[in-house]
Design a protein around this ligand. Structure first.
Ligand SMILES: *[C@@H]1O[C@H](CO)[C@@H](O)[C@H](O)[C@H]1NC(C)=O
Ligand SMILES: *[C@@H]1O[C@H](CO)[C@@H](O)[C@H](O)[C@H]1NC(C)=O
Ligand SMILES: *[C@@H]1O[C@H](CO)[C@@H](O)[C@H](O)[C@H]1NC(C)=O
Ligand SMILES: *[C@@H]1O[C@H](CO)[C@@H](O)[C@H](O)[C@H]1NC(C)=O
Ligand SMILES: *[C@@H]1O[C@H](CO)[C@@H](O)[C@H](O)[C@H]1NC(C)=O
Ligand SMILES: *[C@@H]1O[C@H](CO)[C@@H](O)[C@H](O)[C@H]1NC(C)=O
Ligand SMILES: *[C@@H]1O[C@H](CO)[C@@H](O)[C@H](O)[C@H]1NC(C)=O
Ligand SMILES: *[C@@H]1O[C@H](CO)[C@@H](O)[C@H](O)[C@H]1NC(C)=O
Ligand SMILES: *[C@@H]1O[C@H](CO)[C@@H](O)[C@H](O)[C@H]1NC(C)=O
Ligand SMILES: *[C@@H]1O[C@H](CO)[C@@H](O)[C@H](O)[C@H]1NC(C)=O
Ligand SMILES: *[C@@H]1O[C@H](CO)[C@@H](O)[C@H](O)[C@H]1NC(C)=O
Ligand SMILES: *[C@@H]1O[C@H](CO)[C@@H](O)[C@H](O)[C@H]1NC(C)=O
Length: 530
């Protein structure tokens, strides 16, 4: 048993080393095994949507009537360069050229240097297609596409013609000039492009944005968009670019490794390996159970602990939010380097549950937060509770989105999948604290009109519930200043009075205050697994 295994292992290594230089398939086979799996599966998924004669991907969302999509096309093009088999490189150059030809070119426009979202769209800002941020154009696409282009130039520049190389450089220059949205990606694109093209003031502006991001991070060693299945994945990706492609003379090159390590330390305390979910709170989440939607954090986990132990199921393409699988090739390309920045104790905690523990931290998103958000979480076998206290200028977290902001939630193993109960955002000011077996919610500025809406998972073994006593796997005791008679409603894909959120069906459990109550709204949830 032992010897053949050893031989198989060493011959793999030999193959990987030998392959690094030579043939067209060499690059992919030189990736770590988990990354190869992620790369090959995500590329096979994307191949399916490739419109090669047109030189774009079709939108991966079936609801798009065969329209094309720019961002995933850009990510795919870099995957094609990495694969470099047959016509892959020619296909990549064609996609890149198409995308850049359609990049917004008028420096007077606020969307200058950004990329159109679909080649089918009318001219942004024309009479019947008004400019509207996050609607007819999305400022973040400069960063999403620009970072992909930089990976292309850094890793596969030798495959690109001088014409396409120049086009990419010009594109990155315009994207940087047009971008005024401070983000980890923008700081990187400015810092990298400034250095590449020797534009000193662009390099300096990249360093300046980066220093603002870093000082916010340094306050408590946390990302200001904290712990979200999708966006922690994006932040770790962008910080990896800082670390890999910027020199030590850049504040980004200097700081990224420790920022990545701190971020993983937090994730490793919140990731529950038995339930394959990160405990709450989630600042911006596209689902309530990571086993059912494709999160970018889980693509990192695939690279680090393997697909089986991540929350990605055997067939990722059927998960909700699967369009993010288009990021797979880029995550795979960076995986080996990224792994060198993940501390060993983190890898151990990601692999195996370290046992009952609590976690506290804090984060801050000015100008939305009036004070830092304090985070508390408790994880035990088959259960987690996580929450954050905040006082903000908006409802729905800094992203101003009630559907993605999950400031307080409980997750548990029902015996038939993950159960969850999450506070739906209706208030600007909430004291929310997790402790062993309890979730404590108070609305200091609330009144008799305040409500506590809890979104509750459906249960495979109790499809029709009539009260909280029907919850599977968990015994819930409710107390507080609320009227204990709550309303119950269903949000179903086909029926029920409420609508699904992020593709998830749920029960809506809403507590109101007694009429004319003058008490501070307060709800205490005490739970026990059964
Ligand atoms: C790959 O190529 C480089 C430079 O051409 C050479 O130094 C190195 O030994 C080669 N590696 C392998 C594994 O063939
Ligand atoms: C390269 O592409 C050819 C044709 O599609 C395919 O048969 C072959 O398996 C590919 N090689 C690799 C290593 O993927
Ligand atoms: C960059 O912007 C300039 C105008 O400032 C424009 O003329 C040029 O075509 C743009 N380049 C690309 C690649 O979009
Ligand atoms: C970069 O710009 C600086 C200042 O403008 C100049 O001194 C230097 O020679 C330039 N370097 C290159 C490689 O063009
Ligand atoms: C950078 O310098 C160029 C000229 O060298 C100028 O056109 C541009 O406006 C400057 N950009 C910034 C952000 O200062
Ligand atoms: C957050 O936690 C810190 C440290 O424990 C504490 O000083 C601060 O008062 C807390 N903030 C709130 C709003 O509870
Ligand atoms: C919370 O914010 C409101 C303004 O939205 C303010 O009146 C109140 O004093 C703040 N409370 C605390 C404890 O910061
Ligand atoms: C719940 O939170 C409120 C407000 O912070 C606090 O007064 C109360 O003691 C807490 N209750 C428990 C059981 O932790
Ligand atoms: C649920 O909790 C209540 C109150 O603590 C207790 O009386 C009851 O026995 C518990 N039920 C189960 C199934 O644990
Ligand atoms: C939940 O139910 C309450 C009470 O009926 C309702 O006002 C609210 O809109 C519902 N919330 C969601 C997210 O469906
Ligand atoms: C509590 O809610 C129930 C159901 O809506 C209602 O009949 C009852 O009057 C409420 N009690 C108070 C004190 O508001
Ligand atoms: C609540 O107050 C209003 C007016 O202040 C009054 O008409 C009503 O009867 C009160 N309701 C209850 C349940 O006390």
């Amino acid at each position: 048993m032992f010897l053949p295994l050893l031989l198989a292992f060493s011959s793999n290594i030999g193959f990987a080393l030998a392959a690094k230089n030579g043939s067209s398939t060499s690059y992919v086979s030189s990736l770590p095994l988990n990354a190869q799996g992620l790369f090959n599966e995500s590329m096979a998924y994307l191949d399916h949507f490739y419109d090669s004669p047109y030189g774009y991907l079709y939108d991966e969302n079936a609801a798009f009537a065969l329209r094309h999509e720019t961002r995933s096309s850009a990510w795919y093009s870099i995957g094609l360069l990495a694969r470099n088999n047959g016509t892959d490189v020619a296909g990549a150059e064609k996609i890149i050229t198409n995308i850049i030809n359609a990049q917004f070119k008028d420096a007077k426009d606020q969307w200058y240097g950004d990329y159109q979202q679909e080649p089918e769209e009318p001219v942004v800002g024309s009479p019947y297609y008004a400019e509207k941020i996050y609607n007819s154009w999305d400022p973040n696409w400069r960063g999403f596409i620009g970072t992909a282009f930089i990976i292309g130039l850094e890793e596969f520049g030798h495959l690109l013609s001088p014409e396409v190389t120049n086009l990419l450089e010009e594109s990155l220059y315009n994207a940087t000039v047009g971008d005024s949205y401070r983000s980890i990606m923008r700081a990187f694109v400015a810092g990298w492009t400034g250095r590449r093209l020797n534009v000193t003031n662009m390099t300096a502006s990249g360093e300046l944005y980066a220093s603002e991001i870093i000082s916010l991070f340094d306050r408590a060693n946390t990302l200001s968009e904290f712990n979200s299945g999708t966006y922690t994945g994006v932040s770790l990706f962008a910080l990896t670019l800082w670390a890999k492609y910027l020199p030590n003379t850049s504040i980004m090159g200097q700081k990224a490794p420790s920022m990545i390590a701190y971020t993983w330390e937090a994730v490793s305390n919140l990731w529950h390996p038995e339930m394959k979910n990160v405990a709450g709170p989630w600042d911006r989440s596209y689902g309530f159970d990571m086993n059912k939607y494709l999160s970018l954090l889980a693509l990192h986990l695939w690279n680090i602990i393997g697909k089986e132990k991540s929350s990605i199921i055997d067939r990722p393409a059927i998960m909700s939010h699967n369009a993010d699988f288009a990021y797979g090739p880029l995550f795979a390309i960076l995986a080996e380097f990224h792994s060198t920045l993940v501390p060993e104790d983190v890898v151990a905690a990601l692999n195996d549950f370290k046992g009952e523990h609590t976690f506290t931290s804090s984060t801050f998103s000015p100008p939305f937060d009036l004070y830092p958000r304090n985070i508390t979480a408790w994880l035990s076998t088959n259960i987690s509770i996580g929450a954050e206290t905040f006082n903000e200028t908006v409802v729905g977290g800094p992203a101003t989105n009630q559907d993605t902001f999950n400031p307080a939630l409980i997750q548990w193993n029902t015996g038939n999948g993950i159960g969850w109960m999450t506070l739906y955002a209706t208030e600007k000011h909430v004291i929310a604290e997790a402790a062993p077996g309890t979730l404590n919610l108070t609305y200091p500025d609330g009144n008799s009109a305040s409500i506590f809406t809890l979104l509750l998972s459906p249960f495979a073994k109790k499809k029709t519930i009539s009260s909280l006593a029907d919850i599977r796997g968990l015994n819930l005791t409710v107390s507080g200043t609320v009227n204990e008679t709550y309303s119950l409603a269903y949000a179903g894909g086909y029926g029920g009075v409420d609508s699904t959120i992020n593709d998830f069906e749920f029960w809506n459990v809403t507590f109101s205050m007694p009429s004319n109550s003058t008490a501070v709204p307060h709800l205490l949830l005490e739970v026990d697994l059964w």
